[in-house]
Design a protein around this ligand. Structure first.
Ligand code: ADP
Ligand code: MG
Length: 280
């Protein structure tokens, strides 16, 4: 029966060995759990089982945290904070199904299309977080950042390594395709990334542009066709057109602020295309 003492040579040696074996939770908890087991009359195998289970739970948590850090999300967003009523055109059932991350096992893609501020990045980030929690490796980037990374890697003769890394990640999220037109080399490199991931891993793309306008960004009809062919072979499309959540929120805040200040001017309406605020 463990005695639960904390001093003496065995403890020093044990601490050393546990560190070497990378069992930090066992090291932290063994004495406390020993006391509990002694108190409750729990036998040795069950004592050991409790400790090892604690280590396993902690290890899984640390792995998820590491995956989240490696994904380089610009913000942590979850489905819990996503208000589906704000975007009634979005297929909620499909989104909930995607949150199970099974599309990653099937190596399928997701495209979220819609105007600015409708929650595309939010959903992509939340899907990325869910994938990390389910045990998949994830990388988040924007189309512009990815292309400049690829161009830089090419100039520094480490393109193959970057391409290999990009192809290996289970879920690659490419946000904001369409905001910046790409150079022809940039577009070719982006196409290669899709090509190399084809049926190897899942990709999420968000864009403010409908498919017919993608040629403007990629610069070539041929390339756009070939890219869409690969991307849309196995795909779920999230249509996210609607009012900008950002503008609505700030309009709401402004309305509350002006009322609180008993200002005569009350925000009456926000033009959701221009962001212009009408006061009366
Ligand atoms: P987009 O990428 O489509 O331009 P974002 O995802 O960046 O839009 O959304 C802008 C801001 O509004 C973010 O802070 C996001 O969390 C929030 N947001 C957008 N849609 C929703 C929603 N339906 N529920 C909760 N927050 C939302
Ligand atoms: Mg966005």
């Amino acid at each position: 029966m463990p005695t639960g003492t904390t001093s003496g040579a065995p403890q020093v040696l044990l601490a050393h060995h546990l560190r070497q074996l990378k069992l930090p939770t066992v090291l932290r908890e063994y004495d406390k759990v020993a006391r509990e087991c002694a108190r409750d009359g729990v036998d040795h195998p069950r004592y050991l089982l409790r400790l090892i289970e604690l280590e396993l739970i902690d290890r899984e948590r640390r792995t998820v945290e590491r995956r989240i850090r490696a994904a380089r999300f610009p913000a942590v967003k979850s489905l819990d904070t996503f208000d589906f009523t704000a975007i009634p055109g979005l297929n909620k059932m499909l989104v909930l199904e995607l949150f199970r991350s099974e599309y990653i096992v099937r190596r399928e893609n997701i495209i979220a299309l819609g105007n600015s501020g409708t929650g595309k990045t939010h959903v992509a980030l939340a899907l990325g977080l869910a994938a990390c929690q389910k045990g998949f490796t994830v990388a988040f980037t924007t189309a512009a950042a990815l292309v400049s990374q690829l161009l830089e890697a090419r100039d520094e003769r480490r393109l193959l390594k970057l391409q290999r890394d990009l192809a290996a990640v289970k879920l690659l999220i490419i946000d904001e395709l369409g905001y910046v037109p790409l150079s022809s080399t940039g577009a070719e490199l982006l196409f290669e990334t899709f090509s190399q991931r084809y049926e190897r891993g899942s990709t999420i793309v968000t864009s403010n542009l409908p498919f017919e306008d993608w040629t403007q960004v990629l610069g070539s009809e041929r390339l756009t066709g070939a890219l869409l062919d690969r991307l849309t072979h196995h795909v779920s499309i999230l249509t996210m057109n609607g009012d900008s959540y950002r503008l609505r929120e700030s309009a709401g805040r402004r309305r509350a602020d002006s009322k609180a200040a008993q200002n005569q001017a009350t925000v009456d309406a926000v033009d959701l295309d221009t962001g212009e605020i009408t006061t009366v």
